[in-house]
Design a protein around this ligand. Structure first.
Ligand SMILES: *Cc1c(COP(=O)(O)O)cnc(C)c1O
Length: 379
């Protein structure tokens, strides 16, 4: 098949020979899991974002669950969360028996609206989970002010935002706990994987124990100290990640800045091509951020027609997201349509265009050509 005709996915991983060698080296070593490559990857991510502690886990979802556990979220606790996200951002609250309270987003960025958060606070509110949607950091200063005023914990679901920054501060340092995902469509991958980072040693300690059944030491620590004794102090899970996954992560993170730059260049090419078109517009990018562009999201009243047209031309467009409270499971819990009208209206119009570092300018041009053919077809 000619490259021009190949299916263009909305996102995909970039793996090179150096990555493959890093994984194979670990496969030949003594430790396949909970060994030195895990510690190294945690240190690498912490050094990159400027966080004090990192706890690598089997997924971003596991890391969100660990964050809810570490913050002591339980029955009767309310946690305010955005609906414009992957379900895991809210599911983690339910895992701990807490109640998700959906607050609406801003129409131009689809980021959690601080004004809506303020209105949603009740005497039962314990925390806020905000998502750096598409890779653009939220208004963290405004969210911090609300959290401080009401004594709430602030959690960043930064699964879209590794490498992003807000007023010169990196994603990973903007909340009490920040969570990243290393799924293949995210900025760097470990196959499956995630990490929670924090400045707080006590929170890190609780998440580290939670990752391994709530047991206070790991097998490698016990081997080093020669002691057999261990205690399970909390009900934890097996949320461990392997050393060969972490070796891949450490190899990938070396390339992260180049990839973010590439994502920004491709996003700017889309911006330029869409400029002056009324029928389809990019979301607003704020001045004070370095956008990590996990997703390039545009808004159009002709979403369904454009979606079909692009897919028919081998272009892997997508919709991020069905607002969480509209999923059948959440509807079954009693959440009603109309709860977050801004997110719900956006849901009918958003379209995610392909964006990943292995794409080239001509791939962007191919997407734009198909988009504009549709425009002309309507005249
Ligand atoms: C990817 C993602 C997650 C979950 O990450 P996994 O590693 O797939 O478990 C959570 N929140 C958001 C916003 C995500 O995009």
């Amino acid at each position: 098949m000619h490259k021009q005709d190949a299916f263009l996915p909305y996102g995909r991983q970039s793996i090179d020979e150096e990555d493959i060698r890093a994984v194979v080296d670990v496969l030949r070593s003594d430790w396949l899991t909970t060994g030195p490559a895990v510690d190294r990857f945690e240190a690498d991510v912490c050094a990159y974002v400027g966080a004090a502690h990192g706890v690598a886990m089997s997924s971003g979802t596991a890391a969100l669950h660990a964050a809810m556990f570490a913050l002591g979220i339980g029955k009767g606790d309310e946690v305010i969360v955005t609906p414009m996200t992957f379900a895991a951002s809210a599911n983690c609250i339910l895992y701990q028996g807490g109640m998700p309270v959906f607050a609406d987003v801003e129409a131009d960025t689809l980021l959690l609206d601080p004004a809506a958060v303020e209105v949603a606070v009740t005497p039962h509110t314990r925390a806020i989970i905000a998502v750096d949607y598409a890779g653009q950091p939220c208004d963290w200063d405004a969210l911090r002010a609300i959290a401080d005023k009401h004594h709430l914990a602030l959690v960043a679901d930064s699964c879209h935002a590794l490498g992003a920054s807000y007023k010169g501060r990196k994603a990973g340092t903007l909340a009490d706990i920040s969570v990243f995902s290393f799924h293949p469509v995210k900025h760097i991958t470990t196959g499956e994987g995630g990490m929670a980072v924090t400045q707080d040693a006590a929170l890190a300690q609780r998440m580290r124990a939670f990752r391994g059944h709530g047991i206070t030491t790991t097998a490698s620590q016990r081997e080093k100290s020669g002691a057999w004794f261990y205690e399970m102090t909390d009900l934890g899970y097996n949320y461990r990640i392997t050393d060969f996954q972490c070796a891949l992560g450490s190899s990938q993170i070396k390339k992260l800045d180049g990839w973010i730059d590439k994502r920004n260049r491709l996003a700017h090419a889309y911006d330029a091509a869409l400029a002056g078109q009324d029928a389809i517009r990019p979301l607003t990018r704020r001045e004070e951020v370095r956008h990590a562009y996990h997703l390039y999201v545009a808004r159009t009243p002709d979403r369904d027609a454009l979606f079909q047209r692009l897919r028919a031309n081998g272009i892997g467009v997508n919709v991020h997201y069905v607002p969480v409270h509209l999923h059948p499971f959440y509807q079954g819990l009693g959440y009603k349509k109309g709860l977050c009208p801004v997110a719900e209206a956006a849901y009918g119009q958003i379209l995610t265009l392909p964006l990943w570092p292995g794409m080239e300018k001509n791939d962007v041009e191919r997407v734009i050509t198909v988009l504009q053919a549709e425009e002309r077809g309507k005249e």
